[in-house]
Design a protein around this ligand. Structure first.
Ligand code: HEM
Length: 206
């Protein structure tokens, strides 16, 4: 006897068919899980690309970022921190004489942590005179004895631009980073502008 062909029950496939709540939920679940899968695949592609990129960079340049070293490779710049406001006296504590404290220098009011360069700025370092103060003027004139001041009066436009380059050097450094600002008392305009020193470069070589 041939098998009995059962007729499919199409009673609820009529024009007025409204899918049951459970099948709707099933469809929603299905589409959200396929959306999740797409996101995962995109993440996988990005991750693979990054790994290949870093590996190629390391293989070809022996650095992870194609030789780039700057503020973006300085992990300290990725940590959100509140700016510290220093008085001149507070800043002076960070001049490298206390080995338990970081070393700070200031550049036109901006304070940078230069502890990583303690062989320059720490005790006995060739540039220790810059530590714990805002000696912006000396960065421009090279007068390391008499111009260790933030007093920029009398400097030319070009010299001020050069100072901005120094600030950029500290801002974009791969180990130094900005910690805050120093507040200077206003300069009395009646005080004399620091006189030029004779041989700025000779001061460094001494
Ligand atoms: C306007 C004059 C100058 C300024 C403001 C200045 C400033 C600086 C600063 C801030 C550093 C440390 C850089 C860092 O943190 O990585 C440095 C390093 C250095 N500077 Fe100068 N410099 C000046 C002139 C000179 C001169 C004339 C010489 C050479 C006679 C010199 C030789 C060096 C050397 C060899 C280093 C490497 C570190 C060291 O051995 O002390 N600089 N300079």
């Amino acid at each position: 006897m041939p098998p009995v062909q059962r007729k499919k029950d199409t009673s609820n496939l009529s024009e007025n068919y409204v899918p049951s709540k459970t099948s709707k939920e099933y469809d929603q679940k299905k589409s959200s899980s396929s959306g999740g899968l797409i996101c995962l695949s995109i993440l996988q592609v990005i991750l693979t690309f990054l790994i290949i990129n870093f590996a190629a960079s390391f293989f070809l340049t022996e650095t992870w970022f194609w030789g780039y070293e700057g503020k973006y490779t300085n992990w300290r710049n990725w940590i959100p921190r509140r700016e510290i406001i220093f008085s001149e006296a507070e800043l002076a504590k960070y001049d490298g004489s206390d080995p338990n404290l970081p070393i700070y220098i200031a550049m036109n009011g901006e304070v940078f942590d230069v502890t990583a360069g303690k062989h320059y700025y720490g005790k006995g370092g060739g540039y220790n005179f810059f530590a714990g103060k805002d000696a912006s003027r000396a960065y421009i004139t090279g007068c390391f004895e008499t111009h260790l001041t933030h007093d920029l009066r009398g400097l030319t436009h070009q010299q001020i631009k050069d100072l901005e380059n120094w600030a950029g050097f500290y801002r974009d450094h791969h180990t130094y980073y900005k910690v805050g600002r120093v507040v200077h008392p206003p300069i009395d305009p009646k005080t004399p502008i620091p006189p030029p020193c004779n041989d700025a470069s000779a001061q460094k070589s001494q």
